[in-house]
Write a protein that binds this ligand. Structure first.
Ligand SMILES: NC(=O)c1ccc[n+]([C@@H]2O[C@H](COP(=O)([O-])OP(=O)(O)OC[C@H]3O[C@@H](n4cnc5c(N)ncnc54)[C@H](OP(=O)(O)O)[C@@H]3O)[C@@H](O)[C@H]2O)c1
Length: 278
């Protein structure tokens, strides 16, 4: 009973976390809906929507990395049963939540956080800001086109490198020092999207601009790229916090958990130069 189950092992942070844990010699069960193989780990199937996959995935596990699939925030149907199973089996949970959710007790993320706090003996909540990695992930088509079009107004964001989130998660999973606490995780400096685009331009060797757009224009662009209207609206809603300055805060969470400062956007861009060049 000493394995770590990583949900979303195919995702932005999950992939990096599995790699970091395997490098430390931890026994890792890497979960995805397909159960695809992951080097150094035991691949398992886990689908929130398929309860039959839950108990086998939890077999031999004493720690769990839990995240919400961003496109289905089904708290009652998906997340709470997983939290209940962790509680029943005495599993410690480290949850990937989102910066600022503590201010919205009715929100999906805070509902899951509160379930952890009340049902589990050992939990850690990580609340990351927007990922720098979105620039070579969800915003990659904009970066490739040379125009990042978002409803972010002039708001600034202390983008966090997913490698830093993974390092924090590994620390939270592998020691008891951070148990029963919540940490806001940010990069070292808040930048507006125009400033961020300038950083990316320098590394990519071509001009990448930023165009502030309305929520409706943003949702329409996502819809024509194949994203459902509801997912687009949810993403657009999150940019209200950016425009209001709520994502500009800089925290010391990464340093507290890992003992070293967080990576800045320039470091991220240099390390992902090839992906950003397109
Ligand atoms: N991106 C950001 O800037 C950011 C910032 C703060 C917080 N967050 C939060 O971090 C979380 C992850 O977001 P992300 O955009 O970076 O996504 P991601 O980790 O790249 O992908 C989501 C993961 O969830 C898994 N998944 C999807 N549906 C599932 C289901 N029904 N059952 C089990 N696993 C499922 C997917 O795995 P398979 O498809 O392989 O099963 C995938 O690995 C979200 O809660 C998001 O709100 C994101």
């Amino acid at each position: 009973m000493n394995k770590i189950l990583v949900l979303g092992a195919s995702g932005t942070v999950g992939r990096l976390l599995v790699r970091a844990l395997v490098a430390q010699g931890q026994a890792v069960k890497a979960a995805s809906r397909t159960g695809r193989a992951v080097a150094g780990a035991e691949a398992v199937r886990f689908d929130y929507a398929d309860r039959a996959t839950h108990a086998p995935a939890f077999e031999g596990v004493d720690r769990l990395y839990l995240l919400m699939p961003a496109d289905s925030l089904a708290v009652e149907a998906f997340l709470l049963p997983a939290v209940a199973l962790a509680a029943e089996r005495g599993v410690k949970v480290v949850m990937q939540s989102m910066m600022g959710v503590e201010h919205d007790p009715a929100g999906a993320y805070r509902q899951v956080e509160m379930a952890l706090e009340s049902a589990l003996a050992r939990w850690v909540i990580l609340r990351p800001n927007w990922f720098a990695d979105n620039f070579h992930g969800i915003w990659a088509p904009d970066v490739a086109r040379g125009d990042i079009a978002l409803p972010a107004g002039e708001g600034a964001t202390s983008f966090i490198d997913a490698r830093d989130i993974a390092a924090c998660a590994a620390a939270a999973l592998c020691t008891g020092r951070f148990d029963n606490q919540a940490y806001t995780l940010t990069g070292p400096q808040a930048l507006g999207y125009a400033q961020a685009a300038a950083v990316l331009s320098q590394v990519a060797g071509r001009r990448i601009g930023y165009t502030p757009v309305s929520d409706d224009a943003f949702v329409a662009a996502l819809r024509s790229a194949g994203l459902p209207e509801a997912s687009g609206r949810m993403l657009a809603g999150l940019f209200g916090d950016v425009r209001n300055g709520h994502t500009a805060m800089v925290s010391d969470g990464v340093e507290v958990l890992t003992g070293r400062p967080s990576r800045g956007l320039a470091q991220y861009a240099a390390d992902y130069r090839d992906a950003l060049r397109g």
